[in-house]
Design a protein around this ligand. Structure first.
Ligand code: CMP
Length: 139
């Protein structure tokens, strides 16, 4: 059994549409545990640094504008194969292509406003968790 940690962000659209509880229920009822959680309004600088990997992509500016448009909920999840389990629960990046019953299919409207972010690998999970949750109180 591999117990992993992964990072989830409930995005501004899902917060605005009052889906925080529904999304957390999906995590908990599928064997994931909430280890840490905080609500935050990301600054331009934080969002740009977090998504730096997409800096050259045509959607980067829209992504940063959207991610700084309202509060997000940042969560550390743990559980067996947490990275892939969370990706499966989230569904395809584009809600129109997401399998029925996934978070994005049920709670998201577009590829920009797609309800949740989730780490795509164990390596990136460690980087993303470290970005928001340090040993004390940096952010
Ligand atoms: P996320 O998992 O947070 O990672 C980057 C985000 O960019 C992605 O979800 C989408 O919300 C957004 N995005 C917008 N357009 C695209 C695209 N064409 N391909 C991938 N991600 C996109």
């Amino acid at each position: 059994m591999t117990i992993e940690k992964t990072l989830s962000i409930i995005k501004p659209d899902a917060v605005q549409n009052k889906h925080i509880g529904n999304i957390i229920k999906r995590f908990e009822s599928n064997g994931l545990t909430i280890e840490k959680m905080m609500m935050k309004h990301l600054s331009q600088e934080e969002a740009s640094e977090f998504y730096a990997i997409h800096k050259e992509r045509p959607f980067f500016n829209d992504l940063i504008e959207f991610m700084t448009s309202g509060n997000v909920v940042i969560i550390v999840l743990s559980g067996e194969n947490a990275v892939s389990k969370n990706r499966k629960l989230m569904g395809h990046t584009d809600p129109e292509q997401a399998e029925k019953g996934t978070i994005r299919s049920d709670f998201a409207k577009s590829i920009d406003a797609n309800a949740v972010h989730g780490s795509d690998s164990l390596e990136n999970a460690a980087i993303e968790i470290g970005f928001f949750f340090t040993s004390c109180c940096r952010r």
